[in-house]
Design a protein. Structure first.
Length: 506
C-alpha cells in the first residue's frame, strides 16, 4: 500500500510562518558567502551588462526574490545601506538566524505574544549594553574605521591608500554635496586620487573650444540654466514675410537676442560660463574672443556643486545673473579624458577620482567608496567606535545568556535562542576565512565569558584581540543592525496569512 504525500497549505497559520522562516533562511545562505574580507563576489549578467559586487543590498536588489516575506529582508538591507552605508549583509544574516533559532519554539506552539515580549526586552537590553563595549575615541580611529569598511570590498588590498582618500576627503567637508566621485576608465586602481576643489569631465565640445583659455586665475563664474544658441521653430510654426526687408529684420532680431544675452554676461565680469543647456558654436566662438571659458550641457549635479562652491546662483534669466568666484580654474588631462578643475584655498570641497580597467570595476569601486564615506561620516558625528570581527556579537551573546538565566518562566528559552543566533556573525566570518566555525566559537565563548570583550575572528590565529588588528566599526552601524533585525523579526513572526490581491483598475 502506497501512502500519498500529504500536501500542507502554507498560506496561513503556523505553516505560513514556517514557510516565511525557510524563505529567509534561503536568502541568508545565499548572502553568507559574501561576508567579511574573504567573502566572495556575485556576478550578475543581464542583456550583456555585467555587475560584480558583494554588497548585500545591491545583491538583493538584483536577485529580485519573488517570495513576499523576502521583500522585508530586501527592505531592511536597503535601509541599512541608505542610512548607515555598511552592515547590509549582517542585518540579513542576523534577522534570519533569529528566526531559525526560534523555529523550534514556534513548532512547539510557544505563544507568539510571549516571544514578541521577550524579543522587545532583549532588543532594549542589547541597545543599552552596547555602550559598555565602546572604545575611548582617538583621532587615528577614522582611518582604521575607513579601512575596516573597505576590508570586505574589492578595495581590500588597497585599503590603506583608499582609507586615506576617504578620510582626507570627508573630514573637513561640512556639506556632503561638495564631495564628488568621478570615474575614469583606464589605468591602475592605485592611480585613484583625491583632488581639492570641484572636478568634472569636460563636457560637449563646440567649434571654437580650442581658442578658449584653459587656465584662469581668480575667475568670476556664471552658472546658467539658459540656452545660448538659436532654436529651431516649434512644430507647425508659420511666419508670413512679405519682403526681403522683413526677412532681414527677422534675422537681425534673432542676432540681437543672442548678442544681448552674451554681452550682458560679458559685462558681469564672468570669465567662466557654465550652463546646463546647450550653448552652441557661435556662443563658444564669441566668448573665446573675449578670453572667456564656457561649457554647455554640464551635468546638473556638477553645476549644483559649482554653484554651492563658488556661491554662484543658477539662473534661468541672464538679467538676474549673479557671479561667484574661486581661486583657480584649469583644464587638465586625466587618463584619456580632459577634466575641468575649480580650486579655492578658502572654500572646502573635494573630488575623488577613481581609476580602473573597466566600467564594471569602477562601478563597484564607487559603491565601496560610498559605503566607507558614510561609515566615516557616522564616526565623525558620534565619535563612538567599537571592535569588529564578530567581537560585539559574541559579547552580546554572553550577556544575553547571563540575563536569560535570571529570567522567570519559559522566557529564558527565547533568551537562549537569541544568544545562539548572535553567534552567526563570527561563525560565518570564520567559515569564509577557511576556519572551522565551531572551533572558533568555542574559543571565543571562553574568552568572552572572562569579559575579554575585544576578541573576534582572526584569519591568522583563529581568534585574536581586534584592537591589535585595528578592526574598528562605528557604534551606529551595530545599533542599526540590531534594532532593524529585531524589528523585522517581530513584524514577520506576527504574520499568519498571506493574501494575494488584484490591483484595482480605474
Amino acid at each position: 500500500m502506497i501512502q500519498a504525500e500529504k500536501i500542507t497549505d502554507t498560506r496561513e497559520g503556523k505553516p505560513q510562518l514556517l514557510s516565511n522562516i525557510e524563505a529567509w533562511k534561503s536568502v541568508a545562505e545565499y548572502l553568507a558567502t559574501t561576508l567579511g574580507p574573504y567573502g566572495s563576489d556575485k556576478m550578475f549578467v543581464s542583456k550583456g551588462n555585467i555587475l560584480i559586487t558583494n554588497d548585500g543590498a545591491t545583491i538583493l536588489k538584483r536577485k529580485n526574490f519573488e517570495h513576499p516575506a523576502v521583500k522585508i529582508l530586501t527592505s531592511i538591507s536597503n535601509n541599512q545601506d541608505k542610512i548607515i552605508g555598511d552592515g547590509t549583509t549582517s542585518v540579513v544574516l542576523l534577522a534570519s538566524e533569529f528566526l531559525q533559532k526560534l523555529k523550534s519554539l514556534i513548532k512547539d506552539d510557544f505563544p507568539i505574544n510571549e516571544i514578541v515580549d521577550c524579543l522587545n526586552k532583549i532588543k532594549e537590553f542589547c541597545l543599552d549594553n552596547i555602550d559598555k563595549l565602546k572604545l575611548e575615541y582617538q583621532d587615528n580611529f577614522l582611518y582604521k574605521v575607513a579601512e575596516t569598511a573597505l576590508n570586505s570590498k574589492i578595495l581590500k588590498y588597497h585599503k590603506e591608500h583608499f582609507g586615506r582618500i576617504v578620510v582626507d576627503g570627508i573630514k573637513e567637508i561640512e556639506d556632503m554635496h561638495l564631495l564628488g566621485i568621478k570615474k575614469v576608465s583606464g589605468g591602475n586602481i592605485k592611480e585613484s586620487c583625491l583632488v581639492e576643489g570641484i572636478a568634472f569631465e569636460k563636457c560637449f565640445t563646440y567649434a571654437g573650444y580650442e581658442q578658449q583659455p584653459k587656465c584662469i586665475n581668480n575667475p568670476k563664474i556664471a552658472c546658467l540654466n539658459v540656452e545660448l544658441e538659436w532654436k529651431s521653430e516649434k512644430e507647425n510654426a508659420e511666419l508670413k514675410i512679405n519682403s526681403v526687408e522683413e526677412y532681414e529684420k527677422f534675422l537681425d532680431a534673432e542676432w540681437k537676442i543672442i548678442n544681448d544675452k552674451l554681452d550682458f554676461i560679458i559685462k558681469s565680469g564672468a570669465k567662466v560660463v557654465l550652463s546646463k543647456l546647450p550653448i552652441g558654436d557661435y556662443t563658444t566662438q564669441y566668448f573665446a574672443k573675449h578670453d572667456i571659458f564656457c561649457a554647455g550641457r554640464v551635468d546638473e549635479d556638477d553645476l549644483k556643486r559649482i554653484s554651492t562652491f563658488a556661491k554662484a546662483p543658477i539662473t534661468s534669466n541672464v538679467a538676474y545673473l549673479k557671479v561667484g568666484e574661486c581661486d583657480l580654474f584649469e583644464e587638465l588631462q586625466v587618463g584619456k579624458s580632459r577634466f575641468n578643475f575649480f580650486k579655492s584655498a578658502s572654500k572646502k570641497a573635494n573630488t575623488i577620482i577613481l581609476r580602473g580597467p573597466c566600467e564594471t570595476i569602477l562601478d563597484e569601486l564607487e559603491r565601496s567608496i560610498n559605503d566607507s564615506l558614510m561609515v566615516v561620516r557616522n564616526v565623525l558625528k558620534t565619535k563612538e567606535v567599537l571592535c569588529g570581527g564578530g567581537s560585539v556579537e559574541m559579547q552580546l551573546s554572553a550577556m544575553i545568556r547571563k540575563e536569560g538565566n535570571e529570567c522567570q518562566g519559559k522566557g529564558f528559552l527565547v533568551y537562549t535562542c537569541i544568544a545562539q543566533a548572535f553567534e552567526v556573525i563570527p561563525f560565518v566570518l570564520a567559515q569564509n576565512f577557511g576556519i572551522d566555525g565551531i572551533s572558533a566559537l568555542q574559543l571565543l565563548r571562553k574568552r568572552h565569558n572572562l569579559n575579554e570583550f575585544w576578541y573576534g575572528i582572526d584569519s591568522e590565529k583563529i581568534i585574536g584581540d581586534m584592537r591589535e588588528k585595528y578592526i574598528y566599526e562605528p557604534v551606529e552601524v551595530k545599533r542599526n543592525i540590531i534594532g532593524t533585525s529585531f524589528a523585522a523579526v517581530i513584524a514577520l513572526i506576527q504574520i499568519d496569512m498571506t493574501i494575494l490581491t488584484r490591483a484595482k483598475t480605474e
